[in-house]
Design a protein around this ligand. Structure first.
Ligand code: UDP
Ligand code: MG
Length: 334
């Protein structure tokens, strides 16, 4: 008799972990990941060919050396080593693309394991049900500081107002089938915002809720400027409403100025025209301000067009340790 559980063959899972200056967090994380992987293999949830793939995002500390060491020691550990720091999103993409060649599905998770690794079981159950994309959504933000909470809420609020289809509080903790990763590779945008792009692809998807804990080791690698860049990429890649808003403001201003002309002509004929210094100064400043804002928004989009048209590779690989343990140096353009 066939076991009832055996509905689909055991998938090969690739857990992808982006790492930027994570030497402090990695020893604990690697141990926990190995334990989780063995646990999943033992339970029969995934194939014994499953692995963890670290994507070293141009770390400046001992991360690369540490990863090299553990990847040589542990048959379940692999890595791609990027030439320079290209940011979380691109490092994720590099890891997913490398992993997808050797597995059926990938799960991405941060190197500090702030996301609950126990949720992986639920991700895999959804995958077995046929979902090619499974989003991890955090239960609450109680483990975040006030600033992070506020900026995150402002960001998701703004994204919704601007009409971008992203899940609130979704982290980059998600499962994707290798097929979905290959489709993702066909989107060539340089300004990568996975949280927007993956829902946009439209694969049948499911949601898994998970808890977030505080970072145990090391400090956040998301500086304020990295956070701002991510938010700007998110907004400008998935919404052209700011551009349309400028148009609407322009129309309103035009109507307003018609009223002003009418008003001054009437007052002129009534002989009651004021010297009007105040209104003039206010108008100049107001118009100036609106023009500056508009130019700023236009500039942002033009900047995007500029970087997209250059079609530069999103990352370059310096070295890899991949299944087969064949270590090779290569220059890969993605
Ligand atoms: N990260 C990366 N490249 C960067 C910045 C961050 O690969 O330029 C990785 C980092 O190593 C971690 C993940 O992205 O695995 C999330 O970063 P972090 O935990 O510092 O962000 P936070 O949890 O504070 O938002
Ligand atoms: Mg973190």
């Amino acid at each position: 008799m066939m076991a009832v559980m055996e509905t689909k063959k055991k998938p090969i899972l690739g857990i992808v972990v982006p790492c930027y200056n994570e030497e402090e967090a990695l020893p604990d994380s690697a141990e926990a990941l190995e334990k989780k992987l063995k646990d999943l293999i033992q339970k029969g949830a995934v194939s014994e060919k499953s692995f963890v793939l670290f994507s070293n995002d141009g770390s400046k500390d001992g991360t690369a050396a540490y990863l090299n060491q553990i990847c040589h020691k542990n048959p379940h550990f692999y890595m791609v080593d990027l030439v320079k720091n290209v940011g979380h999103q691109n490092a994720l993409l590099a890891g997913m693309q490398a992993a997808a060649e050797f597995c059926d599905c990938v799960i991405t998770i941060d190197a500090d394991l702030q996301q609950d690794i126990e949720a992986m079981d639920a991700f895999l159950e959804s995958y077995q049900k046929g979902f090619e994309v499974v989003y991890g959504v955090r239960n609450d933000r109680s483990s975040d500081g006030f600033f992070k909470k506020m900026t995150a809420n402002a960001f998701y609020g703004l994204m919704h107002i601007l009409g971008a289809d992203i899940k609130s509080n979704s982290a980059d903790y998600r499962l994707m089938s290798s097929g979905a990763v290959r489709s993702l590779s066909e989107y060539g945008e340089s300004n990568l915002f996975l949280r927007g792009l993956i829902p946009y692809m439209g694969y049948p998807s499911d949601t898994v809720y998970f808890d977030v804990r505080e970072r145990q080791k090391g400090s956040s690698k998301y500086t304020f400027s990295k956070m701002l860049t991510l938010a700007m990429d998110g907004i400008t890649s998935f919404s052209d409403r700011p551009l349309k808003l400028i148009g609407s403001i322009g129309v309103l201003m035009f109507i307003f100025s018609l009223g002003m002309i009418l008003h001054s002509v009437i007052t002129y004929f009534l002989g009651a025209n004021q010297p009007g210094y105040t209104t003039t100064v206010i108008s100049i400043w107001m118009v100036g301000g609106i023009l500056m804002i508009s130019m700023g928004v236009l500039g942002t989009y033009i900047g995007k067009i500029y970087s997209e048209t250059k079609r530069r590779p999103r990352y370059q690989i310096k070295a890899t340790i991949l299944p087969g343990k064949a270590e090779k140096d290569e220059q890969s353009d993605q």
